[in-house]
Ligand binder design. Structure first.
Ligand SMILES: Cc1cc2nc3c(=O)[nH]c(=O)nc-3n(C[C@H](O)[C@H](O)[C@H](O)COP(=O)(O)O)c2cc1C
Length: 356
C-alpha cells in the first residue's frame, strides 16, 4: 500500500516520502536576493525530513514581486545564494524546488507585518503594476495597467529565463504559481480578466497565458525534472474560475509536460467567502487527480500524521504539502514517521534523539 512514507518518482526525481514544504513568502530579501534567513529556514525543513523543499513565490521580474522584500530570480546575480541553498537541501536527501511567480495586480504591496494594501513608491513600491485588465484587487491596492501583447510576450520570456536560472542554481523541481489571485490566475478567472483579445473571454483564451508560460518554461526545463503548476481550484465566487475549469485545465497541462497539479484555492476575489477546515482543499485534489488523470499535491490545514497518511493511502493526492504546521514544527516529518511506526529520515547527527 502507498503511504505517507512511500517514495515518489516524478520523472527522474526521487522523493524520499510524500511530504513537501508548501511555498511560503518570507518577505526577507533585498532586491530579490536570498540570504542566510532563506538558507536556515529552507535548510531546516530538509533536516526535518521533508522530501520536497519548495522556495517561496520567487519573482520572475522585479515588478512581479508581491512586496519589495520578495525573493527573486530575474537576475543572474540571484543564482549564487540560491545554489548554496539547493546544495544544502540536496545534501540532506531532500529535493529543492522553486515556485516561479508574478504577482500581477497584487504586486507592490506591504509585507503582512507592516500592514496591507499598496506600498508607497517612497517606501520602495513601484508604478508599473500590470495585470490582464485594469481592475484593482481591492480599493487600497495598486491600479494595474492592462498588459499589451508585447508585455505578455515579455513575461512569458521572463518565466523561461527564470527557469533557466533555477536550473543553474541546481533546483530539480519547478512549480509555476497560477493560484491565489496572482498574474496567471488573473488571466484564468473571468472576474479579473475582462480582455476581448486572444487572452480573454472564452476558456480557451483565458488559459492561453498559462499554457504559453508552461510551454516556455518546459522548453528550457530539462525532461528529467518535473514541473508542477499550483492552481486555485475555485475562486469561491459565483461567476469565477471553478473546479470544472480546473479539471479541464489540468487535462490540457498534462499534455504540455506538467507532471502534477498543486491544488489550492481562493485569493482572487476580495469578497470571496472560503469554507475552511481540516483538509478543506483535499476534495479538489481528489477530483482533479481522478478526472484529469494527473498526479496532484494536496494542501491546506493538513496537520496530523494520520490525516496526511490517509490522503495518500486513499489516493486523494500523490503528495501532501504543509505550510503553517511546518513553521510550527520544522521536524514534523520525523515526528510523523514515529506516529506512523516507520523509521523516518533522521539525519545521523540527530540519531540519538530518535523516538522509538
Ligand atoms: C507565511 C505564508 C506565506 C505563504 N506564501 C505563499 C507563497 O509564496 N506561494 C504560495 O503559493 N502560497 C503561499 N502561502 C500559502 C501556503 O503555501 C499554503 O497553501 C497555505 O498556508 C495552506 O496550507 P497550510 O494550512 O498547511 O498552511 C503562504 C502561506 C503562509 C502561511
Amino acid at each position: 500500500m502507498t503511504t505517507l512514507f512511500s517514495p515518489l518518482e516524478l520523472r527522474d526525481v526521487h522523493l524520499r516520502n510524500r511530504i513537501g514544504v508548501s511555498p511560503m513568502c518570507q518577505y526577507s530579501s533585498d532586491d530579490g536576493f536570498a540570504n542566510d534567513w532563506h538558507l536556515v529556514h529552507l535548510g531546516g525543513f530538509a533536516v526535518g525530513g521533508a522530501a520536497l523543499v519548495m522556495t517561496e513565490a520567487t519573482a520572475v521580474s522585479p515588478e512581479g514581486r508581491i512586496s519589495p522584500h520578495d525573493l527573486g530570480i530575474w537576475d543572474d546575480a540571484h543564482v549564487a545564494m540560491l545554489a548554496r541553498i539547493a546544495g544544502f537541501v540536496h545534501e540532506q536527501g531532500a529535493i529543492a524546488g522553486m515556485q516561479l511567480a508574478h504577482a500581477g495586480r497584487k504586486a507592490s504591496t506591504k509585507r503582512p507585518w507592516e500592514g496591507s494594501g499598496a506600498v508607497a513608491i517612497a517606501d520602495g513600491g513601484w508604478a508599473d503594476v500590470v495585470a490582464p485588465s485594469a481592475l484593482p484587487f481591492a480599493p487600497d491596492y495598486p491600479e494595474p495597467a492592462e498588459l499589451d501583447v508585447g508585455g505578455i510576450e515579455r513575461l512569458v520570456k521572463a518565466n523561461r529565463a527564470a527557469a533557466g536560472r533555477a536550473l543553474d542554481a541546481g533546483f530539480r523541481v519547478l512549480e509555476l504559481h497560477a493560484a491565489h489571485g496572482y498574474l496567471v490566475h488573473e488571466f484564468l478567472s473571468p472576474l479579473s480578466n475582462a480582455r476581448t483579445d486572444l487572452y480573454g473571454g472564452p476558456f480557451e483564451n483565458r488559459v492561453r497565458f498559462c499554457i504559453e508560460t508552461v510551454d516556455a518554461v518546459r522548453s528550457i526545463w530539462p525532461e528529467r525534472y518535473p514541473l508542477l503548476v499550483r492552481i486555485s481550484a475555485t475562486d469561491w465566487m459565483a461567476g469565477g474560475w471553478d473546479l470544472e475549469e480546473s479539471v479541464e485545465l489540468a487535462r490540457i497541462l498534462r499534455n504540455h509536460g506538467v507532471d502534477a497539479i498543486d491544488c489550492s484555492s481562493g485569493g482572487l476575489a476580495h469578497a470571496a467567502k472560503l469554507v475552511v477546515g481540516p483538509g478543506y482543499q483535499v476534495p479538489f485534489s481528489e477530483r482533479i487527480r481522478r478526472d484529469a488523470g494527473i498526479a496532484t499535491a494536496a494542501v491546506g490545514l493538513i496537520t496530523d500524521a494520520e490525516q496526511a497518511d490517509e490522503i495518500i493511502a486513499a489516493g486523494k493526492a500523490d503528495l501532501v504539502l504543509l505550510g503553517r504546521e511546518l513553521l510550527r514544527q520544522p521536524h514534523w516529518p520525523l515526528l510523523a514517521a514515529h506516529r506512523l511506526g516507520v523509521p523516518g529520515p533522521w539525519p545521523p547527527q540527530y540519531l540519538r534523539a530518535r523516538l522509538r
